[in-house]
Structures are given as C-alpha cells and as structure tokens.
Design a protein around this ligand. Structure first.
Ligand SMILES: Nc1ncnc2c1ncn2[C@@H]1O[C@H](COP(=O)(O)OP(=O)(O)OP(=O)(O)O)[C@@H](O)[C@H]1O
Ligand SMILES: [Mg+2]
Length: 154
C-alpha cells in the first residue's frame, strides 16, 4: 500500500488551518483506508472528519456519531464515521458488526479507537489532535504499519 512511511506534524492556529490540513489529507486517502482519531473531548476529531467528507464530495450535514455510533456519508468513496466513546469494550464493538463493516467499500474514520485497536487493519493512519488553547491544535498524522493482532491484512 502507498504512503507506508507517512508521518506529518502540524500546528493549526484556527479552524481554517485545520480545514486545509484535513483537505490535504483527504486527497491521499484510498479506498479501504482506516483512520484512528485520538484526542480529548472537543479537540476537533469530528471537525476533521467533516472537512474530509466535504473534500470527498459529501454536501450533507456531518454530525457527531457519539449517540448513533456510526454515520455513513455518501462521499466518493463512502465514509464510515464511527465514535466508540459510549461503547464499553471490544465485545460491544464486535456486536455492532464493526469487523464486517471494515470489509465494505469505503474509508473508515474512528473516534475513540483505543478500545478496538486489535480490530483495526494491519496498517492504518493514526491522527492525534492535542488542544494547545481555545484556537490552536497540534495535529500529528502517521501511518501505523505493524498492527500484528489485526484480522485484516491490507
Ligand atoms: N484550530 C482548530 N481546529 C479545529 N477545531 C477547532 C480549532 N479551534 C477551535 N476549534 C473548535 O473545537 C471544537 C472541536 O469539536 P469536535 O466536536 O470536532 O471535537 P471532538 O474531538 O470530535 O470531540 P468529542 O470527543 O466530544 O467527539 C469545535 O467547536 C471547533 O470549532
Ligand atoms: Mg467527535
């Protein structure tokens, strides 16, 4: 798979700058990619996915999947936007059919992925967003390539 050594660090000073970072990232995504989004409450994980969805041609409303667990956006490719905040453990994540959903044609964004790391693909992108202050964010994006427990070898 392309971009195996991808690693980038950004400082964003505004929503506008994060929008550009998200749109540039959207442009390198390929069908089947999995993106784990880490960062505290309100850091900007949902905001980032919203801007990726816009870049990939979705013109509807992107809302947080905190309560729905999964939102699907008819972008090109389709975006599967998960939020595992309210799920307790890996059994609950398996119960919603997550491993099978990862086999669909699409790109997969997961907020609060910490409980499901072994269910992710062997290779995936990890995005970490840290709050610096009310308007500034540190955003690190890297490709994880050695998820040995992964069920899916990509
Ligand atoms: N530089 C910035 N980049 C992105 N978002 C920013 C920035 N500065 C301020 N914000 C604000 O931070 C908030 C991020 O909210 P968002 O819902 O995306 O967070 P989240 O990480 O998804 O939280 P949760 O864990 O609750 O789902 C938004 O209100 C957004 O306007
Ligand atoms: Mg969110």
């Amino acid at each position: 798979m392309a971009h195996d050594s991808y690693s980038q660090e950004f400082t964003s000073a505004s929503e506008k700058e994060t929008t550009q970072i998200a749109k540039d990232f959207a442009d390198i995504l390929q069908m089947g990619d999995v993106v784990a989004l880490k960062g505290e409450l309100g850091s900007g994980k949902t905001f980032f996915v919203k801007k990726v969805a816009e870049e990939l041609g979705f013109d509807g409303y992107v809302s947080s999947p905190t309560f729905t667990i999964l939102n699907i956006y008819e972008a090109s490719p389709y975006l599967y936007h998960f939020d595992f905040y309210r799920l307790k453990n890996i059994e609950e994540i398996e119960k919603i059919g997550f491993p099978d959903l990862l086999m669909e044609d699409g790109i997969f964004f997961i907020e609060w992925p910490e409980k499901a790391e072994e269910l992710l693909h062997e290779k995936y992108f990890e995005i970490r967003i840290d709050i610096v202050n009310g308007t500034h964010r540190k955003i690190s994006i890297k490709k994880i390539t050695g998820n040995e427990d992964a069920l899916c070898r990509n």
